[in-house]
Every structure is written in structure tokens, then in C-alpha cells.
Design a protein around this ligand. Sequence first.
Ligand code: PBG
Length: 322
Amino acid sequence: MIRRPRRLRVNSITRDLVRETRLDMKSLVYPLFIVEGEKIKNEIKSMPGVYHFSIDMLDGEIEDIIKHGIQNIMIFGVTHDKDACASSGFAEDGIVQRAVRKIKSLGKSLNVITDVCMCEYTDHGHCGILDETGYVDNDKSLAVLAKIALSHAQAGADMVAPSDMMDGRVGAIRKILDEHGFVNVGIMAYSAKFASNFYGPFRDAADSAPAFGDRKTYQMDPANFREAMLECAYDIEEGADMVMVKPALSYLDVIKGARERFDVPIVAYNVSGEYSMIKFAISQGLLNEEVMYEAVMSIKRAGADIIITYFAKDLAKYIGRY
Ligand code: PBG
């Protein structure tokens, strides 16, 4: 007897019926880059279809985001106001704090997540405080990261997402949030964040490239799976509500491993380089645009519950149609 798996592929209704994995707009997070200035909506050269927005332009953009069915956004601040210890990162009138207040004032049902890091605010571009030798001092950085997270919560963020990779930062952030009564502000921890070259376009967009050296003393070695599991376990122990694997497409095994081992939601960050490679290939006519759907689907199939992706708006068209 011939086995006939093609029987379940005969038409689109049957294919829809037997589909094992589905993408859902409700589990996507759309990143937004906010800049100083007015009337700015500038396309980011290294990331076609992604824009820098000034705060006054957010009304229209938030409207558009909601129209696409997106319910979660992640805010990144871009500023020229930089110093050695990232003071503009925790200023009450900092770029992220103002953006969050503005978005929240619109009264939409939108979950606002903020990236908590120092690299956008330090003049040296590293994700923590440097010691005399140029090494990122872990424990000195914790206090600053905690202050940044608290200032985001005070501005109205629903959830904070530390992306610095310092040891102990989740615990430090949980503690300061709780002490100030923000018990319901969640922590989405960038737990298994690899020292990846796929962040290249983002660093252009966020003006956050390190002025010297690289991030290998704090972000993870791309070769290490087991260490990634340890990072997730430590973050959960410290109070992370969800853990993240980043990047996503070259790390699907790590996503799968985290999904199998841990019972918190697993987040995957489909990063800028992964986005831009595909976008440029599509614009060259080399690939059909449906590859976006296929790429993000692979992240979901690997086990990600939540996907942060610059493709979110593009995918709205496919989700529902597929
Ligand atoms: C900040 C941060 C980075 C990204 C998210 N938060 C860059 C980095 O670690 O250098 C990368 C996101 C992307 O590439 O899309 N630390």
C-alpha cells in the first residue's frame, strides 16, 4: 500500500486544517525607534521599511500599528545625549520616558515594553560602566540598569526588557521595581543573548555601536548551547517572567532547548540583520516576499511563544490568509 501524505495537501482548506503551527499577530512584538526632534519619520538605511520617529509623530504610527493588529511594541531610544555612565538613560525627561508617556496618553490597548540597556546612552557605546582598563564593571552597572528600568516603569512601561547581559541584573531590577510598588511591571529578560554580528543594522539605527572592542566579555559565545540554558535558568531564578533567545534564526536549537526545559514563556528576537538580509534579497527580486512568513514561522515552530520582529506589519497580510 502506498502511504499518501499528499491527501492532506490537496487543497488550501485541508492544508489550513492540518497546519501544526500558526502565527498570530497577538504573539508578535514590534520594535520602534524613537529619536529627538520634530516631524521626523525617516527610513533607516540599513533596515528598509523601518523608521526613526520623533515623539510628535507617534500618534499616526500607533494608529497604524493597531490597524495591523499588533498589540505589543518594544521601545528603543536614540539620543546624542551620551556620557560615561548613561545618565540620559534614566532621566525623567529621557527619550524613552517621554515616548512611553506619550504612547500611554493615547489610551490605546497596547502593551509597551522598553529595552533596558546602557549602550544607547554611553559615549563609549558599551552596555555598562567601564573600569580603568576598559572592562565593563558588572556590579557597578547593576545600579544604573536598575535606575533605567525604574524610570521606564515610572513613565508607564508595562514591561521592561534588560538587554545588557550583566550578571544579576534581573534580580536588581525586580528588587527596585518591587520596592517602588511596581509589582506588576514584568521582566522580559534577554537571557541567551549572543555576541552576534547580526545586530549590525540595529547599531546603525540606534547609534549604539561600541567605540572600541566588542561585546564578547558580556554577550555569549555563539558556540554555546548549554551556557544559554544556564543563563535562562539564572534569570528565571532571579525573577524573570519570560526569557529570550537572541538572535533567532541562527539559534533555533537554543529556542527549542529553552522551550523544552523551562515553563515560562520563551521569547525569540528576530534581529535586525536577519530582517535586512531578507528585505534586501526581496528588493533585489532574488526572493519572493513570502520568505518573511517562512522565516518567522520557523522561529515559532522551534518553540518561541513570543516573537519580536520588524516583519510584524508585513506579516499581518499573511496571518489569516495562511
Ligand atoms: C542593546 C540592544 C541591541 C539589540 C537589542 N538591544 C544591540 C546590541 O546588543 O548591540 C539588537 C537588536 C537587533 O539587532 O535587532 N543592547
